[in-house]
Design a binder for this molecule. Structure first.
Ligand SMILES: *[C@@H]1O[C@H](CO)[C@@H](O)[C@H](O)[C@H]1NC(C)=O
Ligand SMILES: *[C@@H]1O[C@H](CO)[C@@H](O)[C@H](O)[C@H]1NC(C)=O
Ligand SMILES: *[C@@H]1O[C@H](CO)[C@@H](O)[C@H](O)[C@H]1NC(C)=O
Length: 434
């Protein structure tokens, strides 16, 4: 009995280890820097539906650093991390631009049967969505309810961040946390962090706040970026770091981390992509109820980078204010659904991106196949950490033998972490950009 069980456990351990090797290798397929070829084609087919994902507009710093000469709230009367008047204008302008681009798709008179707007539950994204809608749906004719106000109320839907696995992507996901932790403690990742040790030490000393990670440095860079944008003179010490190649690279790189492996991308951006693809499928088969034309997501820089990265379309950069991804569904003469992805992050007209392995106009079915690796089948289940590969139930062990099995599982878990950390091969393409 014990021997038998021991053997079973050993076999299970081996299986777990083998699987983890396989996974770790599979996970290395991160985006190579593609996109923005010179595609001056008009897209085939007729536009039927569009998903729009945008970042909020100009905002105040989220949290100034301890030695910040501009760290007093009197310099930022709208409060920390809030949308500013500039930000409202930016989104109003983007709304006008969307109205122009989609004038033939979307009636200019508002109807809830045409459009759905969803925002993360954060003031600046909610307010950005509202500003954007002011530009997209200026009231016309009988919708004018007060001739002094060229604005009409339009619903923006939201759910608390911690309950939102889809847009805020902040619902708890232990398997994600575990995966990120393994990545960050892998020798290769540590080496990459180590490269910037002097910069981090300098920033920590001068800012009065510990800067240990890419993300810590990104936050500080962002506060300096905003203060500089607001013509506030930055302290002398910042000249050695801010605006320089290294800090800019580090800040940009921070946006690649949360979806660095295919598994991270799957658990972080996967639920959103899955919803979008499903809606495209429903739309093209006439099963979308109501039969809407546009779906809007108001979110963050990290939403933009995670979605682009999951799609293997992310080029290392900090997504600017009002950066906007459009996923357009067209239907050609033989009723084939085709998807194009555009990214507008400047005032220039965006071009369709070159979807890796499919081009600027990709059949929906092929698109879903191409990104199968980042589409969760059952996100909640995949997020469960229960000794990673096995739940106790799956191990199907009796109560008496459970304890020893758990001990063995923990051992294998430890081994697995060890091997996986050894196995992370990091992206060299980014180091080359440093
Ligand atoms: C970091 O600063 C650079 C300018 O030096 C800017 O281009 C970039 O957008 C900043 N990144 C963030 C996250 O603020
Ligand atoms: C900063 O100064 C420039 C040049 O004078 C000006 O155009 C810009 O509006 C100022 N920025 C802000 C946020 O006041
Ligand atoms: C805009 O996006 C492209 C492609 O991702 C990127 O290379 C570029 O740095 C971005 N520019 C800005 C201003 O964000």
């Amino acid at each position: 009995m014990w021997n038998d069980l021991g053997q079973r456990c050993l076999i299970l351990i081996s299986v777990v280890c083998v699987l983890s090797f396989g996974l770790a290798n599979a996970l290395n397929g991160f985006a190579n820097a593609e996109g923005y070829p010179d595609i001056s084609v008009t897209l085939p087919g007729q536009l039927k539906f569009v998903h729009v994902i945008y970042r909020h507009g100009d905002r105040t710093p989220v949290d100034p650093y301890p030695t910040d000469p501009w760290g007093d709230l009197k310099n930022w009367p709208t409060g920390w991390g809030q949308l500013t008047n500039i930000g409202k204008q930016e989104h109003y302008d983007l709304g006008k631009w969307l109205r122009k681009r989609y004038s033939s798709l979307l009636p200019s008179k508002y109807s809830d049967d045409d459009i759905y707007i969803q925002s993360t539950d954060v003031d600046r994204t909610l307010m950005s969505a509202q500003s954007n809608l002011a530009g997209l749906y200026e009231p016309q004719g009988e919708d004018i309810w007060n001739s002094d106000i060229k604005w009409q109320p339009i619903p923006v839907h939201t759910i608390p961040e911690k309950q939102d696995p889809i847009l805020a992507a902040k619902a708890p996901c232990p398997a994600y946390d575990y995966e990120l932790e393994s990545l960050e403690s892998s020798p290769e990742f540590k080496t990459m962090t180590e490269k910037h040790r002097d910069l981090f030490a300098y920033l920590s000393k001068k800012s009065g706040r510990s800067v240990k990670t890419f993300v810590d440095a990104q936050y500080l860079n962002n506060t300096l970026f905003i203060e500089n944008l607001y013509n506030m003179t930055l302290p002398e010490w910042t000249k050695k770091a801010y605006g320089g190649e290294e800090l800019t690279y580090v800040a940009n790189f921070a946006f690649a981390i949360s979806s660095y492996t295919r598994k991270l991308a799957r658990l972080k951006a996967g639920p959103l992509l899955k919803d979008i693809f499903q809606r495209f499928a429903d739309k093209s088969s006439g099963r979308l109820v109501p039969d809407r034309l546009m779906w809007v997501y108001s979110a963050h820089d990290t939403t933009i980078s995670n979605v682009l990265n999951a799609l293997k379309l992310f080029e290392l950069h900090s997504p600017p204010y009002t950066a906007c991804i459009m996923l357009e569904l067209r239907v050609d003469e033989i009723n084939m659904p085709l998807v194009s992805i555009l990214y507008k992050n400047t005032t220039a007209e965006p071009l369709p991106l070159d979807i890796p392995g499919c081009g600027p106009s990709c059949p929906l079915k092929k698109l879903v196949d191409l990104y199968q690796d980042v589409l969760p089948v059952d996100w909640e289940r995949e997020c469960k950490l229960s000794t990673m590969m096995m739940t106790y139930e799956e191990a199907n062990l009796g109560a008496a033998t459970g304890i020893i099995a758990i001990a063995l599982l923990f051992t294998s878990y430890g081994l697995m972490i060890y091997y996986r950390r050894r196995n992370y091969k990091l992206y060299t393409s980014y180091s080359q950009m440093a």
